[in-house]
Structure formats: structure tokens, C-alpha cells
Design a binder for this molecule. Sequence first.
Ligand SMILES: NC(=O)N[C@@H](CC(=O)O)C(=O)O
Ligand SMILES: [Zn+2]
Ligand SMILES: [Zn+2]
Length: 350
Amino acid sequence: MTERLTLLRPDDWHIHLRDGELLPFTVADAARVFARAIVMPNLLPPVCTVQQAAAYRQRILAARPTGSTFEPLMVLYLTDNTSPDEIRSAKASGFVHAAKLYPAGATTHSAAGVTQIDHIFAVLEVMSEVGLPLLLHGEVTRAEVDIFDREKRFIDEQLSRVVERFPGLKIVFEHITTADAAAFVRAAPDTVGATITAHHLLYNRNHMLAGGIRPHFYCLPILKRNVHQEALLDAATSGNPKFFLGTDSAPHARHTKETACGCAGCYTAYAAIELYAEAFEQRAALAKLEGFASRFGADFYGLAHNRQTITLVREPWTAPAILPFDSHCLIPLRAGETLNWRLLEQPCDR
Ligand SMILES: NC(=O)N[C@@H](CC(=O)O)C(=O)O
Ligand SMILES: [Zn+2]
Ligand SMILES: [Zn+2]
């Protein structure tokens, strides 16, 4: 049995750091392990311009723990009104690394998102031309489509035609949750990649709904049946560089999740790589973790690999039952339960 695992320092290709007073908490957790992170722009109001991204980036940098060199990679939030010029200046900025499509109404803070993908074709053309990747929350939003089918329907109705129409556009299908999405990405051209969360590798909808409803497993896209979980484990541990790490760590204060109408999002950043290690170990695939966590994402985005390493040791520890979150509190995924892997080196070696 492997007792110790050393990896190139990983990056997180999909995280929510939120803003304001929350940044010191979220940035410290991300910077603990990750050298860089693709920072989601779904703030209120959303990060739609290069100027807003620059200001948000400065707030994140200012919130880093002393000595941290954590690098936030910024993302623009696409709306029906995003201009091709904004895309060009995003690319020219050097700190905006992608633009994100939220179908309007699909998820947390997506009200300002795109109402119809065709509305942004001119923008996608420019993204393709300048080499700015498109990130997607891939779910249709129509009320009549069952929540468990929304990702598959997005592939069939939207993504397949976008991939066909924009052969030069780099696309990341974010937080995939179905066997259908994994198969689509595998069969797509090399311009198409996908991120996979730790929680979708470790859990399925039974964990959320059987024997009681557990709001801290509620996220979007929603956990699916176990055959999908198995397909995601296959994809993540396959060594196929199209699949890479994106935690989708998405904190919501406890009282906004444990309520009659709770928010979507799981908080995993406090133990992200430890949770992924557990998932990979289930498939006896720890040797595949480094590619997934530390190389394939950087390759996709055309960035250098990190040079430092981190080391995980097999040493059970108890996850915190609760975390502080500004003046509120937060229940992390796996709260109060045992985690099998522990991070040995701290980021102060960087
Ligand atoms: N994943 C989630 O359930 N929630 C995310 C939004 C998102 O990534 O869709 C959030 O911002 O809370
Ligand atoms: Zn999303
Ligand atoms: Zn997300």
C-alpha cells in the first residue's frame, strides 16, 4: 500500500473564492495546496470586464497569507452584451485566462448569464481567433427538463453544435457529472477538455438523498446515479489529458444551505487534494493523480507546470465539523469525518 505520495504542486482549474471579507478564508484554503487557480467570476455583480477582473485580482492578491505566491487566473463572465473588444483586451491583459458561459438561471449568480448561446457567436469567434478558452456551466435551464437530464441535454442541444461550429475554440466543459459528458469529451477534438470535482468522484445521489436529505451534498450540476460516478472515476483515472482537476469548491454559509430552499455548492478547498487522493485510491490509481492534478490542466491552458512539489501521507485525521466564514460559519464537505490522506509540506516552502 502506498504510504506517501509526492506530486508536482497542483492547480485548481475551477474554484469560487467569493469576495470581500470572505477572501482571507477562501484564498488561504486554496493557497494551502494550489499554486494557481481559475477563479470563477460569478460575483454579485459578476466580473464582466477586464477592469473588474483586474480589481478582483488585486483583492485576491491582497488576501493571500504572508509569503504565499498563489496566483489567481481570472475569468470574464459572458453576458448577452459582452463585446468582442472586451475579449481582445482580456487576452491582451495577460491575467484573464478564459471567459465563462453561464446559461442564464443555471446556477448560483447566473441571472446575468447568456440567454441563448447564439447571441454570443460573434464573441466566440473572437475567442477562437485570439486563443481565449471558453468555460461552460453545461446545463440547459428550461423548467420542463428534469434536473438530472440537464447536462445531457446541454450536450445534445448546445455543446455539440458549438464544438462543430468553432473548431479552433478551446472549450472546458466544467464540473462534468455524467457518463454522457465523459464520453462526449473523450470523442471530441483535442480542443475540448473537462474538469471533474472531488465530490462527483466520491459521491452519487444516494449519498445526498437516501436515508435523509443532506444539503451539504447539494451542488450543481446535481450528483447523479452511481453509474455516472463510476464513469467519472474511469475518466479521471484514465490518464487521458482531457480530464483535469477543478474542485468547484463553492462556499455558502451554513444558514443558507440548511434551510427550506438551500443554495447549491460544496466546500472542499480545505482538503481538496486529500479528497482527490481518496478517490484515486479507490481505483488503485494514485499514480495517475499527478497528471490529473498537476499537469493536464496547465497543458490545456498552455501554461508551464509548477516546479515545487507537495507530499501527502497516509495518516487519518478528522475534518473540522465547522469552519469560520466571516461572521457566519460554513460546513465543509466531510465535516467531522475521517480523511485518509494528510498534506505534509506546507506552502511556505515556495
Ligand atoms: N457548483 C455549485 O453548486 N455552485 C456554484 C456555481 C457553479 O459552479 O455552478 C456556486 O457559485 O455556488
Ligand atoms: Zn457551474
Ligand atoms: Zn463552480
